[in-house]
Design a protein. Structure first.
Length: 162
């Protein structure tokens, strides 16, 4: 039997343990909240889609030839996103597409020069052509809906249309 004086201490200790357990459970639940409701933090806030950098296609890369001048490469691929004053013989073309604040696509392409002539290049896989680039960009920006798939609002209105 616990003396009457110490009963209060045990109740307080139990209350603290229960509060700590509830806090731990609540914090654990927040980690999975982003999985099931990814936009709950940005509720009501619109984030625009951002295309940033150099939009390159495989057609452009196929036109590169060893020995081209820096001016010819710049006319073909555009102005590089990154040029370093410490390494003027290397140009980096970076492309990034961000949707709702999350990076959807990221590509790097690097060109090296030797005596102001194109020596070599390497990078990530590029889309086949500009037409393919436009098709993939519109598919990302404008999600398509299947003809038979109705949204919640359309199903709500169907109840009143019948």
């Amino acid at each position: 039997m616990i003396p009457r004086v110490y009963r209060h201490v045990f109740r307080m200790r139990d209350a603290r343990r229960a509060a700590a357990l509830m806090l731990a459970l609540a914090l654990t639940g927040c980690a999975t909240m982003d999985q099931y409701l990814p936009t709950w933090r940005s509720f009501g806030v619109y984030k625009i889609d951002i295309n940033q950098g150099n939009y390159l296609s495989q057609d452009m890369v196929d036109k590169l030839k060893v020995g081209m001048t820096q001016t010819q490469v710049r006319q073909l691929l555009g102005t590089p996103l990154l040029t370093s004053p410490f390494r003027p013989d290397r140009w980096d073309y970076v492309y990034e597409y961000t949707r709702q604040g999350k990076v959807v696509e990221h590509r790097n392409f690097t060109v090296w020069f030797d005596d102001s002539k194109l020596a070599r290049w390497e990078g990530d896989a590029m889309p086949e052509s500009v037409v393919e680039l436009n098709r993939s960009a519109s598919a990302k920006a404008l999600p398509t809906q299947a003809p038979g798939d109705k949204g919640l609002w359309d199903r709500f209105l169907d109840v009143f249309r019948k």
